[in-house]
Design a protein around this ligand. Structure first.
Ligand code: GTP
Ligand code: SPV
Ligand code: MN
Length: 594
């Protein structure tokens, strides 16, 4: 099927180990894709949904113990432990290959091995990178067909080169005690076994486009980041682009598809989505930072998505979509999730496939009682997004004016603030913290430090990663300005104070005005904070000017309390944390104490 000798000998070797009954090449054609969907429906792997209401849509349920990324089972297998760093899990590569070889041996017996040639980025473009994923899961094939650019043209573009990422995945027996998501950055290799869930198995996404790509980016002088890319169009037609790094399930997809409040729409503002999860960033000939979204689809969080919070996402997933672990409405064979509307289906099956009684829903036990799993997802085509940027297919990407970091912080972080320089902005990213969410296995709602929203996704030592950010700052002549936002501040009863979603546009306007030098700000110990009168809250009844003042306030005491935790985190990362950042930390501590 291929004349590329690197490719054919690797596939032979992997097939000799996993022993599939047959090997099938995925060509990206609609005919083959439909045959696979039909086959998956015949075995129950997919459920065909109501094709009149949801054309091209299917439902999939994962195993009950396999519903999120598993960070504890994710490994970066560099030759030396130092290159992996303390934040990542490490297994010596030889030992890891041996351990996983035992698990992969014969794991595809009685199954088909699918060969998926895919591209991250536009096939044939300067910045595209290619991968081959071998998998025994039709669900993985169908998701990769949406999330990446798949087909024979990838094989053609690859030619006789050995420069591709070798991904091997087997569901094996979904044994969670032997689940491994392993990366070998020095070998361009990813091995994933005993899972069938999203980020663990769609190897183009977090495994390649972040973990392996961040490693390559450092080597080659570019950056792979957990960032959305968004264009803001002004009434005069100019478009400014921003990227945003928020931890998993902290609002990237929502911000990426934002619709400005009506008042701004009437004035002629409009927003465009370039990407919702991953950005590859390079320095352009003009000395600015340019961003490309290497993906071709969205693997978005379903719960909370509705006509009001994110109409663009809702419309995107009304056709050609695979839903994973949502609630199945049996009355009309459609889907439902918490936060879709206030009308839960009476005749339904929950994400586990059991009869579901919405009256027993208990907010304190979402996993146990909800219709949809809190980390249930839709896999939908970028092309179906109503606000997809006209630049989506531009292989050069888009020039970035601002980088926005953010997280879920009930207290401490103000609605928005601006760093004072690239170095200070790198520091702001490095001390990011957020309450954990259902996107990864483990406790939810615990504050943890998550630098640049990349804690689970850096393919090498975190200190070296900070150094790479600082180094990049030296070669970007006109660097983006760096900001931090927090949409999640709560009152004493735990309610969000800021309305969020579309109203976040008001903060974006301040951010872009700062980039253009068009608006003043107050310098505080943490950076520049807006003067309350400069955030346009016109038409926003739920936010009084007092509330806004509160949202923008910097409480020195709670920041000082955070300093100890940051110091502990820096020392956990180890001695590769650049001295520029420890200096920034001392500077912050000193300013807070004055
Ligand atoms: P990953 O796909 O896991 O990387 O997540 P993401 O960063 O794309 O998060 P997403 O946009 O899917 O949002 C996750 C959850 O946060 C959803 O339940 C949203 O409804 C909620 N959310 C998003 N934006 C806001 C906001 O501005 N305010 C509030 N209160 N909630 C928000
Ligand atoms: C995330 O967890 O950040 C996601 C979903 O985007 S996954 O693809 O599972 O990583
Ligand atoms: Mn993500």
């Amino acid at each position: 099927m291929t004349e590329n000798k690197y490719l054919s000998s690797w596939i032979q070797e992997m097939a000799a180990m996993t022993k599939p009954d047959k090997v099938v090449w995925i060509d990206g054609s609609e005919k083959q894709t439909q045959e696979l969907r039909d086959q998956a429906c015949s075995t129950g792997e997919l459920i065909k949904l109501n094709q009149e209401i949801l054309p091209g849509c299917y439902l999939h349920r994962t195993a009950v113990n396999d519903v999120a990324r598993v960070e504890a089972r994710t490994f970066i297998c560099t030759r030396t432990k130092e290159d992996c760093g303390n934040v990542n899990n490490w297994i010596e590569p030889g030992e890891c290959y041996r351990r996983l070889t035992r698990l992969f041996t014969g794991s595809m017996q009685g199954r088909t091995m699918y060969v998926i040639p895919y591209s991250m980025g536009i096939v044939g473009s300067e910045f595209a990178k290619y991968g081959i994923e071998l998998t025994d899961s039709i669900y993985v094939v169908l998701n990769m067909l949406i999330m990446t650019r798949v087909g024979n043209d990838v094989i053609e573009a690859l030619g006789d080169s050995g420069d591709f990422i070798k991904g091997l995945h087997s569901k094996a027996d979904l044994d969670e005690n032997n689940r491994y998501i392993c990366h070998f950055p020095e070998d361009n290799t990813i091995w994933s076994v005993n899972s069938g869930y999203g980020g663990n198995v769609l190897l183009g996404k977090k495994c390649f486009a972040l973990r392996i790509a961040s490693y390559l980016g450092r080597k080659e002088g570019w950056m792979a980041e957990h960032m959305l890319i968004l264009g803001v169009q002004y009434p005069d037609g100019t478009v400014k682009y921003v990227t945003g790094a928020f931890p998993s399930a902290c609002g990237k997809t929502n911000l990426a598809m934002i619709i400005p409040p009506e008042r701004f729409r009437k004035l002629g503002y409009k927003c465009w989505c370039v990407g919702d999860d991953i950005a590859w960033l390079r320095v352009g000939e003009d000395g600015r930072l340019w961003a490309v979204n290497p993906e071709n689809g969205f693997f978005g969080v379903a719960p909370g998505t509705n006509e009001k919070s994110n109409p663009n996402a809702l419309h995107t997933c009304m056709k050609d979509t695979i839903f994973t672990n949502v609630c199945h409405d049996l009355s009309d064979n459609t889907v439902w999730w918490e936060g879709l509307n206030s009308d839960p289906p009476a005749n339904a099956e929950n994400w586990r496939g059991e009869p579901w009684d919405y009256r027993k829903y208990d907010k304190t036990d979402k996993v146990g009682t909800s219709g949809a799993h809190p980390n249930s997802r839709f896999t939908a085509k970028s092309k179906n997004c109503p606000c997809l940027s006209p630049e989506f297919d531009n292989p050069k990407g888009v020039p970035i004016s601002a980088i926005i970091f953010g997280g879920r912080r009930a207290k401490t972080a103000p609605l928005v603030y601006q760093s004072t320089s690239w170095q200070n902005g790198t520091f702001v990213g490095s001390i990011m913290a957020s309450e954990t969410t259902a996107a990864a296995a483990g406790a939810v709602g615990v504050v943890r430090r998550d630098p640049m929203a990349m804690r689970p996704f850096v393919g090498y030592d975190m200190g070296d990663y900070f150094r790479h950010w600082l180094d990049m700052g030296k070669v970007i002549k006109n660097p983006p300005k760096i900001f931090h936002v927090n949409w999640f501040r709560t009152d004493d009863d735990g309610n969000f104070i800021w309305p969020g979603f579309g109203d976040n546009f008001r903060v974006l306007l301040w951010i872009l005005a700062r980039c253009e030098g068009k608006v003043d700000a107050d310098l505080t110990p943490i950076g520049y904070v807006p003067k309350p009168s400069d955030i346009d809250i016109g038409g926003l009844d739920s936010v009084s000017s007092d509330t806004l003042r509160d949202l923008l306030s910097v409480d020195n005491a709670s920041w000082l309390a955070d300093i100890e935790n940051i110091k502990e985190f820096y020392s956990f990362i180890g001695d590769r944390v650049p001295s520029e950042l420890t200096d920034e930390l001392s500077g912050l501590e000193k300013r807070l104490g004055e």
